[in-house]
Design a protein around this ligand. Structure first.
Ligand code: GTP
Ligand code: MG
Length: 203
């Protein structure tokens, strides 16, 4: 069992070259800017502001590492798709994220985060194609569930199930950082992936 109360922010990196050697399984959080990535990490770890929550998107242009009970890392990738950043900032984002995935790291599972209210963006789909193509295990977390009524939630769940039916059994978790819906399901899934990864490594 992971003790989630024993989680700590470690460091942030602005270039792929600075990344530390990977020694523990990494749970990677990916999604567009403002989708609720930091809020998800904070909620999973029972912390108010371990990962910063911003009303001004596009600020997190670093890869942030968190140690989880000395057994795994949470890796917070910079959000993509924020319109108001320069071309050079976008290039830096691409270099950083590509550099992260081009390393020889312990990629355990990617948590791909999408706003439940909307269709996936072009960049969400590009990211999912990339993950699928590179055989990186991933799950989808749909954020801001509390902003939809029951009928809308069902409609969006049907839409996302349809979209992800092309991929082999990708789990889709609706989530609300406000209400905590989905938190336990996501945590137990991530814990099972960490266990699985550690067992495979020993073999
Ligand atoms: P950047 O790091 O700036 O790219 O954003 P982020 O993806 O980390 O998003 P963040 O967690 O900062 O949340 C963005 C905004 O959405 C904040 O105002 C949050 O309070 C709000 N938010 C995030 N998740 C939820 C949710 O599940 N429900 C509701 N109602 N609001 C949410
Ligand atoms: Mg953030």
């Amino acid at each position: 069992m992971l003790n989630l109360n024993n989680a700590a922010y470690e460091a942030s990196y602005g270039t792929a070259k600075q990344l530390p050697e990977s020694i523990l399984p990494e749970i990677i959080f990916s999604g567009r800017s403002n989708v609720g990535k930091s809020s998800l990490i904070n909620k999973l770890l029972n912390r108010k502001a371990l990962a910063r929550v911003s009303a001004t998107p596009g600020k997190t242009a670093t890869i942030n590492f968190f140690d989880i009970d000395g057994k795994a890392k949470f890796v917070d990738l910079p959000g993509y798709g924020y319109a108001k950043v320069s071309h050079s900032e976008k290039q830096r984002w691409a270099d950083l994220v590509e550099g992260y995935f081009a390393g020889d790291r312990k990629y355990c599972v990617v948590v791909q985060i999408i706003d439940m209210r909307h269709d996936p963006t072009e960049q969400d789909l590009t990211m999912i194609d990339f993950l699928s193509h590179n055989r990186l295990p991933f799950i989808v977390v749909l954020t801001k569930k509390d902003k939809l009524n029951k009928t809308q939630q069902q409609k969006q769940m049907n839409l996302f199930s349809e979209i992800f039916s092309d991929f082999d059994s990708v789990p889709v978790f609706p989530f609300s950082a406000l209400k905590g819906d989905g938190k336990e399901e996501i945590l137990s899934y991530l814990e099972s992936k960490i266990d699985e990864y550690s067992i495979e490594e020993e073999m």
